[in-house]
Design a protein around this ligand. Structure first.
Ligand SMILES: NC(=O)c1ccc[n+]([C@@H]2O[C@H](COP(=O)([O-])OP(=O)(O)OC[C@H]3O[C@@H](n4cnc5c(N)ncnc54)[C@H](OP(=O)(O)O)[C@@H]3O)[C@@H](O)[C@H]2O)c1
Length: 345
């Protein structure tokens, strides 16, 4: 074992007290403080986290039973999630003190990455692109960027003139997906739950921004796209998916990235028009970003170029300090933040 000497004495991590049966509350979390680890085994890394990404899908793992997506979060242990950290000490080849690392031991100030942790969830040493902010490696140049790129560019693959509908368009992934669809030459109809987010997506190039809270979203989409939509990038499920199916042109493509409308409550509505998928011969494709992990370096370079050329903008809401995590995560399901929700430590 190597001894580590650094000035920090205390690490803080967020734990889940119990599996919330329905709507998540701040009180469902607790802060746990412990000494910063002082030694590492062979193959391990000690990181001081600088940025945490709060991702809606973590809610799916705060349930009694394992989700098909990932195992449930262990009570009394730290919560996992994407983060960026600097190496304080390394016993893993390819990582040196001071390196910036993307990994999945977030929701804590310090992380020990075990020797057996590899693959999509990291650790990945970041080769920093000139002119990019550190936080961009969690957004456009990170997991959110890869998710938007795979869903919009690789799977939905809009053609010039196509009408593409994007839901949760004021969120981290949706706001990138809107811009990628515009870059491909599509006409974009976006939906979001607040005036601030609708202004944001119009500013990012969307042609129409719908209020997802209107009583008849399907009618609103019909007015915005009278000839129907060629494609739908779904982050929400529920009413947005139903409206998309209603308004899909024959043979349209639906790419399902997430169904955030039922992560917190599990009682979100299901589309009532599923037969239209058959009748209109729609194709519906779900995907997991981790299945496309090998594309990360290519997408990073491509997104960096788009950012540098002024063709792609990252929108983030930044809250500071580990103590802000519980409130911030709960607010995510009330749609209170704009863009990707990040915590700066
Ligand atoms: N397939 C994959 O591998 C993969 C990977 C990462 C993320 N995802 C999925 O991508 C989606 C977006 O993630 P993100 O990181 O971009 O999230 P985000 O930045 O936190 O944005 C989430 C958005 O969801 C909307 N929202 C929240 N509760 C809602 C509800 N009940 N009904 C409708 N909209 C609601 C909010 O906008 P409003 O103002 O409209 O409420 C918010 O802007 C999620 O479904 C996530 O699970 C999938």
């Amino acid at each position: 074992m190597d001894r580590i000497s650094d000035g920090r004495r205390e690490a803080t991590e967020i734990r889940l007290r119990a599996y919330p049966p329905d709507i998540l509350r701040e009180e469902d979390f607790e802060l746990h403080r412990a000494p910063v680890p002082r030694s590492l085994e062979a193959g391990e890394l000690l990181l001081a986290n600088s940025w945490l990404s709060l991702d809606a899908s973590a809610r799916l793992r705060m349930r009694e039973s394992d989700s098909p997506y990932m195992p449930r979060i262990t009570l009394g242990g730290p919560i996992s999630g994407f983060a960026l950290g600097r190496v304080l000490s390394s016993r893993r080849s390819g990582f040196a003190e001071g390196d910036l690392v993307l990994h999945s031991s977030g929701w804590r100030t310090h992380a020990v990455i075990r020797a057996d942790e590899t693959g999509w969830r990291g650790p990945h040493r970041i080769v920093e692109e000139p002119g990019m902010s550190e936080a961009a490696y969690l957004t456009a140049l990170g997991p959110a960027g890869l998710t938007a790129y795979v869903g919009m560019v690789k799977l939905l693959d809009p053609r010039p003139g196509d009408v593409i509908f994007v839901s949760a368009a004021g969120g981290g992934i949706g706001s990138l997906a809107v811009q990628l669809a515009k870059i491909a030459g599509a006409r974009v109809v976006a939906s979001a739950g607040s005036a601030e987010k609708r202004d944001l997506v119009l500013g990012l190039g969307a042609d129409v921004a719908l209020d997802r809270r209107v009583p008849d979203l399907s009618a609103a989409l019909r007015t915005a796209a009278p000839g129907g939509i060629h494609g739908y990038f779904d982050c929400v499920g529920g009413p947005e998916l139903e409206a998309a199916i209603d308004n899909a042109r024959p043979g349209a493509r639906i790419v399902m990235c997430g169904t955030v409308s039922n992560y917190d409550t599990q009682s979100g509505s299901l589309p009532r028009n599923l037969f239209a998928i058959v009748a209109k011969e729609l194709s519906v494709k779900g995907y997991l970003t981790r299945s496309y992990a090998e594309l990360l370096p290519t997408v990073q370079a491509e997104m960096a170029k788009l950012v540098r050329d002024g063709r792609l903008r990252d929108r983030v809401t930044i809250l500071k300090g580990i103590d802000s995590v519980p409130r911030a995560f709960v607010s995510l399901f009330r749609g209170e933040h704009v863009g990707k929700l990040l915590i700066q430590l």
